[in-house]
Design a protein around this ligand. Structure first.
Ligand SMILES: [Zn+2]
Length: 138
């Protein structure tokens, strides 16, 4: 049995606004607006997304057995314990680790080159030692 190529049943139309070719339109579609024009009309999705406010708490604080916020709020596994508010010293937050610096391709190649050179040096030294030893024995 041959697989049915469904793509063939879709047609390409030109955008009503900018006449950009839009593929995979429904067979019965008579007009189409491309994704770009839609995006312009709707606005970029980033704008509508609510920005995540930094809580000032360490990541995973709500998994901690006990976490005391700067304002004295006490949380047990992420659940606030109002009765305990202000009774405990705030949990010290360790500063975030800086992500390891990524090496560039060039740096990786240079490091690899240096490794190869070192290996070569050792090989040469071994050979020299070998020659010296055999000559010394004679
Ligand atoms: Zn368009």
């Amino acid at each position: 049995m041959k697989p049915i190529k469904r793509v063939k049943s879709y047609k390409t139309l030109n955008c009503r606004k900018c006449s950009r070719a839009v593929h995979n339109c429904g067979e019965r579609a008579t007009a189409v607006i491309c994704s770009i024009c839609t995006m312009i009309a709707v606005g970029f999705p980033e704008e509508s997304k609510p920005k995540r406010k930094p809580s000032g708490r360490p990541s995973g604080w709500h998994f901690m057995k006990e976490f005391v916020d700067k304002d004295g709020k006490v949380f047990h596994k992420g659940k606030e314990q109002p009765k305990l508010k202000g009774t405990l010293p705030p949990t010290k937050v360790a500063p975030k680790k800086k992500p390891a610096k990524r090496r560039t391709k060039e740096e990786i190649l240079l490091a690899r080159n240096a490794e190869k050179k070192a290996a070569l040096k050792q090989a040469v030294k071994k050979q020299k030692d070998f020659i010296n030893h055999t000559l010394g024995d004679v």
